[in-house]
Design a protein around this ligand. Structure first.
Ligand code: DAH
Length: 362
């Protein structure tokens, strides 16, 4: 076989093998078999040494030309295979952006909606979530101790009378459990269950034996608790002002802190927002509307819950969900919240597919 013939044969067989290589793996096997350390071309190059010096020059030049040619073939095949792989992927993952959206609700069905109470809870969670609060929960049936005692409301404290408590039959310890009258026991549960720093909100159901246009025996509250080192009234104020302005979506909503009394905070403050009693408009006029209770967590409450008040401080707050929902949307009566009247629900429900987000300016 002449010199040029074996080189031409190597080029042709390489070209054939490359063409037959259907993917990059097969391609790489061909590449290694020809150009690799023990590849056929490499073998030929190594053989140069054994050739008579007169013939070597010419043979070397042919081999180098062939090498360049083979490298070109190999590269070209790789590019072709990569492009084919990309085309296949683009075809497989193709999105038809002109398709019309899937109908919601599916045809024939009626869309469900989010109840305004749930919606307010979602909004509260989004706003406090952005401030780094986690959501905590507690049971509806609560021990007397956690609902009252741990929160510095002892047996004969007058504050108990304000709560119109539903009592349940006494348990083994002789004490009657209660339907929790507020979400504040979740403060105690959280402090007993985890080390500070603590930053939680606790939305949920609460119960009091009371029923009229603005009271229901079952209603909802959201509690807030922050425990850390060096927490001051300034933190409480900043946090609640930011929350109220975000929730009511009024940038310059007037907020007033008024000295008050709660057994579990010292000092205690009631928080009012500005509104017009005449028109009912929030943020306008010169009247004040009480919105929530708050204060610095009482040292006795910290101690009751196993936290050293010399090292840790905190603030807490609690508010009624129905109340702020009614104010935000101008709803006059609390009772329809629980009447399951479909006309009312259809009117007030919100779209389940667009949960609140801060980007919407909740
Ligand atoms: N638990 C109180 C109530 O139901 C509300 C409240 C007031 C909660 C002050 C707090 C607080 O955490 O600091 O009337």
């Amino acid at each position: 076989m002449s010199d040029t013939n074996d080189l031409a044969a190597l080029r042709d067989s390489t070209a054939q093998q490359l063409a037959a290589a259907a993917d990059l793996r097969a391609w790489d096997a061909v590449r290694v078999a020809v150009l690799g350390k023990s590849g056929s071309l490499t073998g030929l190059l190594k053989g140069l040494g054994a050739i008579a010096p007169e013939a070597r020059k010419e043979r070397g030049a042919s081999l180098n030309r062939l090498k360049g040619e083979l490298e070109g073939l190999v590269e070209a095949r790789r590019t072709a295979l990569e492009e084919a792989a990309l085309d296949a992927r683009l075809a497989a993952e193709r999105l038809d952006v002109t398709l019309s959206p899937r109908p919601f609700p599916p045809s024939g069905a009626e869309a469900g909606g989010i109840h305004p109470i749930s919606r307010t809870m979602e909004e509260i969670t989004a706003i406090f979530g952005a401030m780094g609060f986690a959501v905590a929960e507690g049971p509806d049936i609560e021990s007397d101790w956690l609902n009252f005692g741990a929160l510095n409301i002892p047996e004969h404290h007058p504050a108990r009378q304000d709560h119109d408590t539903f009592y349940l039959p006494a348990g083994a310890d002789g004490r009657r459990p209660v339907l929790r009258t507020h979400t504040s026991p979740v403060q105690a549960r959280t402090m007993l269950g985890q080390e500070p720093p603590i930053r939680i909100i606790a939305p949920g159901r609460t119960w009091r034996a009371d029923h009229d246009a603005t009271h229901s025996p079952m209603f909802h509250q959201v509690e807030g608790l922050v425990i850390d080192r060096g927490i001051t009234l300034g933190h409480l104020k900043g946090c609640l002002i930011d929350f109220l302005r975000a929730f009511f979506d009024i940038r310059d909503l007037p907020v007033r802190f008024r000295a008050s009394y709660f057994p579990f905070t010292e000092p205690s403050m009631e928080v009012d927002i500005g509104w017009s009693r005449k028109t009912g408009e929030l943020g306008k006029g010169s009247d004040w509307l009480e919105i929530l209770g708050s204060g610095m967590v009482h040292p006795k409450v910290l101690a009751n819950c196993g936290i050293d008040p010399r090292e840790w401080q905190g603030f807490a707050f609690g508010m009624g969900i129905e109340r702020i929902t009614m104010l935000k949307h101008g709803m006059p009566d609390l009772r329809p919240f629980y009447e399951s009247d479909l006309r009312w629900l259809r009117h007030w429900a919100s779209d389940p597919l667009s949960p609140p987000s801060l980007a919407e300016g909740v």
